[in-house]
Design a protein around this ligand. Sequence first.
Ligand code: TYD
Ligand code: MG
Length: 453
Amino acid sequence: MPRSLTFACTACGNVTSKWSGRCEACGEWNTIVEETPLSTGPEKKTLGATRGARLQLTDLAHEDAPPPRTGSGIEELDRVLGGGLVPASAILVGGDPGIGKSTLLLQAAAGFARKRLTSLYVSGEEASAQVRMRAQRLGLSDAPVKLATATALRDILTTLETEKPDLAVIDSIQTMWSDTVDSAPGSVSQVRAAAHELTQFAKRRGTAVILVGHVTKEGQIAGPRVVEHMVDTVLYFEGERGHQFRILRAVKNRFGPADEIGVFEMTGQGLQQVSNPSALFLSERDTPAPGSVVFAGIEGTRPVLVEFQALVAPTPHSQPRRTVVGWDGGRLAMILAVLEARCGIPFAGLDVYLNVAGGLKIAEPAADLAVATALLSAREDASLDPHTVVFGEISLSGALRPVGQTENRLKEAGKLGFSSAIAPERSKTGGSALTLRPMRDLTQVVGEIFGAG
Ligand code: TYD
Ligand code: MG
């Protein structure tokens, strides 16, 4: 019987029977590739009348001890994991190539090894000598981490079965190759098969398995999204290559809070943790500049102050540019539309650039008001008082909504020398020393802060 062709999306793993330019599931372009189907054996029989084992059922009130955890000694990492490494868990660490995943995980493996967890590091990308050289440069040579270079999944699993380590790092999942699947390493089926085998091994033997996944833009190899649903914890390592700061962000965690971040700085000696990042993303702000606004944000459990920078200039093109770094482009379009429709401030014929200083990515809707203020400040060429922080969510009507953790935002801003805050009315201040300038809607902001409208 000729095998029918299947196609899979390298971004999200969705499988279809025909090729198309755009993935129906995730909407990405040019990510659909031909795949050999997973089952290569004879047609499977249905379960039929053959009986299986009866399941053990329990009730909800069943008491379980919380999972034991081990810290790596790298606090920023341990917090993102939810308080340390959980045995038998599968963790995916995704990120752009060259962002520092191998560096971070070698440091983590060494940290756990020093806490007496037997640690194994399998590199499918670098020769052992290269990894050793890196370890030397990072001052980790003394840590009892066992090292191997391999890509054959069968060999790796056999080794893991005999070694039974507490922690296994697989760098990277896209280089792993299973001989039961006849498609190329990095393809959706290979990545999925390798991730499946390794997570099953984690559950079976109690080993914590960390998988490294490269984020890919070209769609030639399958990205980490393909395995996100198989693992317990998904962490993304982000940052701008040109900046020294790196953020480790939990986007899914069965053993802890999602949305927690860990902040690191890439130095000549590897990644150094930054335990108090709240002032990190403020640029040198001696003179007030138009378009610059400080947002009092919350990342995970911690307040972080971030500078938004906007530039608005007449466009030489028929279609004005909207360029965003560190924030959502769709949300920028929404705020521009609200400013135009509710406050009568048009941005047609103007190029708009928006940047988050320091390479941080902000996803909080609480940043809406900071973005709007930065845009207004840039457009009106009027700088905001440099000792003011801004936060608040904007609705389509132009009204401002209070946001969570207002007290924490104000407290941190106060600590860093800010004296006033522009925030939605009805925000809980918790007796903060900052002067609060409560705002009802965007029109009031335009009128009172920029004296226009
Ligand atoms: P790497 O961990 O290899 O990235 P990934 O595994 O995500 O592809 O690190 C990539 C970059 O980090 C590399 O270009 C050099 C830089 N780097 C430092 O700046 N300092 C260091 O101590 C190390 C080990 C790497
Ligand atoms: Mg690497």
